[in-house]
Design a protein around this ligand. Structure first.
Ligand SMILES: [Zn+2]
Length: 602
């Protein structure tokens, strides 16, 4: 089928960007104004310390600039993404991006200037004017980082070393993305197929075992050949981050990384410990997968294969819309009606067309609706994507509606909670629906999809998190990250997490060297904490509708007005305790049993 051209997409399948700017002319008029306005920013330098009134004026001016630029940016990036072949929007986007960066650069003086004002003086200003009081928490966070900010000269010296210190990441990226060459692989019929990062994922899910094995051997042949190089790049990256943590007087790299979002370190340890105590449930899953696939020897390259055969069910867009709306009914009438607006007010760009950006996301700014980009293709997976993105959108919607601009977004630590919670609600709703219809195949398909989620988002990410902390600790204690050390420690973890259902191919010991996330520094654990928090919240919501209202008021509506860990706690989930993770694992365990029972009692 020929790809649809953008101009031929039905209006009701497109997002309504006229709610941001009526026309492109209106956009450009505002662009010119905003550009002109940037020239005034330097007037606000060296001013905020003078008086409470001046401080308010500077903060307000900075917010106004951010708001204007983010509104322009949202319009330009959505226009560009809907059809990247259209030159005028490409230009609009790149000009807006430049202006956006320029605005940030112009305002870069703000936080350092705030840091230079004595804490007591700042406090007295905040109490002097009512309009300044809302900034108290924002300033409190800045004050907390004071012990870790050095004098101007030292900060300058450290930042001058920045590009040299990022060399390890650059080298890894050049090798792993540009110079990488896995060659070709043969499938079971002897066809030669191209192997790259993208096709590797597809091949590992293929029912063709020869293709899977060949792909597995081929990529690890590449990583084995670069084992020492990649040990050196990873070690270099870890040393660079330790240098930043040390010079800024943090007790460790982890302490430094987690203080960005004000996450207590016990949250990390608690996650790893709790999952370690429950590895037997993951082992049980692999035994089930082995039994279902019927392999005599269940190997690492068999893990990606679905336990389900046959044609997957299809869902029209209208069906998808009705399903996701039904699924969120436990959230209460207000949420249901607010989410309906996504469809009636055209927040969503539904179908793929030529030149449209692939995948899906939720976007928007403080002054705009949320907007969702989809490439809807009627699979069950896509219905989940829809409710996932709607989860992000509703989180943004309630946050912006209830918070002042300064707290109008949310931290990365909680970014996937609302989206994953919505997915859990959909899964619960669909399971009951399929069950009442006696649709065994659909029930199995759903369970299979859920189980993959637990393995990939909870257990696998915690295995990464455990490895990541181990290697940072090794550096911290003066150890050396040799290739042998990394291989051995990683292989031990793989065996510990997968249990005795599997036969182990030694190549897996190189897997650490192809994971870009280890260069993000203490990032992956948030997938697992977000996932567990969402599972726990969805069970609370399904138990009692009162909990749904608490979730909306205390979590979705709170944005950045409190520390992310506190926001979650007030909504009923304390991530420094083990129960949210245990609860998620108990659900996983139940679903393994349900799958097994349904699959084998035909
Ligand atoms: Zn998401």
């Amino acid at each position: 089928m020929a790809e649809l051209l953008r101009k031929d997409v039905k209006l009701e399948d497109t997002w309504d960007l006229t709610t941001i700017f009526k026309t492109d002319e209106d956009f450009w008029a505002e662009f010119k104004n905003a550009e002109e306005n940037l020239k005034n920013i330097s007037n606000y330098q060296n001013k905020l310390a003078n008086s409470a009134k001046d401080l308010l004026e500077v903060l307000k001016a900075s917010e106004e600039c951010d708001l204007r630029l983010s509104t322009l940016y949202v319009y330009a990036h959505l226009k560009n993404d809907q059809d990247t072949t259209e030159a005028k929007y490409k230009e609009m986007y790149s000009k807006t991006y430049d202006l956006y960066v320029k605005n940030m650069t112009e305002w870069a003086f703000l936080t350092p200037e705030l840091m230079e004002v004595d804490e007591k003086i700042l406090d007295s200003y905040l109490n002097e004017l009512d309009d300044l009081k809302i900034y108290k928490f924002e300033i409190e966070k800045i004050n907390k980082s004071r012990p870790h900010v050095l004098d101007k000269e030292s900060e300058k010296l450290i930042s001058m070393a920045g590009s040299a210190l990022s060399a390890s990441s650059d080298i890894f990226s050049a090798l792993n993305n540009t110079d990488v060459d896995f060659g070709e692989v043969e499938d079971k019929d002897g066809n030669k197929l191209p192997l790259n990062h993208g096709t590797y994922g597809q091949y590992m899910e293929s029912k063709d075992r020869i293709l899977r094995e060949n792909s597995f051997r081929a990529i690890y042949k590449f990583y084995a050949a670069h084992n020492n190089t990649l040990a050196a790049t990873l070690s270099g990256k870890l040393k660079a981050t330790k240098y930043y943590a040390d010079t800024h007087k943090y007790s460790s790299t982890r302490n430094s990384a987690l203080s960005n979002n004000h996450i207590p370190e016990e949250v990390y340890d608690n996650l790893v410990d709790t999952v370690n105590k429950n590895l037997h449930v993951l082992h049980k899953f692999f035994r089930l997968q082995k039994k279902v696939l019927g392999e005599e020897q269940f190997r690492l390259y068999d893990r990606g294969v679905s336990m389900i055969d046959g044609e997957p069910a299809k869902f029209s867009w209208e069906e998808a819309r009705d399903l996701v709306l039904e699924a969120v009914k436990p959230m209460g009438e207000t949420y249901y009606n607010d989410m309906k607006k996504a469809f009636s007010e055209r927040w969503i760009d539904v179908r793929p067309n030529k030149g449209k950006r692939s995948g899906a996301y939720s976007s928007g700014g403080y002054a705009t609706n949320p907007f969702i980009l989809m490439n809807y293709n009627e699979t069950l997976d896509n219905v989940f994507t829809l409710i996932h993105e709607l989860g992000h959108s509703m989180h943004s919607y309630y946050t912006r509606k209830n918070q002042p601009q300064t707290y109008g977004s949310y931290s990365i630590f909680v970014a996937e909670v609302a989206s994953t919670c919505n997915e859990a609600l959909l899964s619960n709703y669909l399971y009951k629906k399929f069950e009442s219809e006696g649709n065994r195949d659909a029930m199995l398909q759903l369970l299979n999809q859920d189980l993959i989620g637990y393995v990939g988002t909870l257990y696998r990410q915690v295995m990464f998190a455990e490895f990541e902390h181990l290697i940072h600790k090794t550096i911290q204690e003066g150890g050396v990250l040799t290739a042998e050390f990394l291989n051995e420690k990683y292989f031990d973890l793989v065996k510990k997490y997968h249990g005795d259902a599997l036969e182990y191919d030694e190549e897996i010991k190189y897997e650490w060297s192809r994971v870009p996330h280890f260069y993000y520094i203490y990032y992956v654990y948030q997938y697992a904490t977000g996932f567990s928090a969402a599972q726990a919240l969805s069970s609370l919501i399904l138990e009692d509708s009162k909990n749904a209202q608490i979730y909306i008021d205390e979590f979705l509506a709170k944005g950045n007005s409190n520390y992310p860990i506190e926001v979650l706690k007030n909504a009923g989930v304390d991530m420094s305790k083990s129960y949210p993770i245990e609860r998620a694992i108990a659900e996983f365990d139940k679903k393994i049993d349900a799958f097994e029972k349904l699959y084998f009692n035909k």
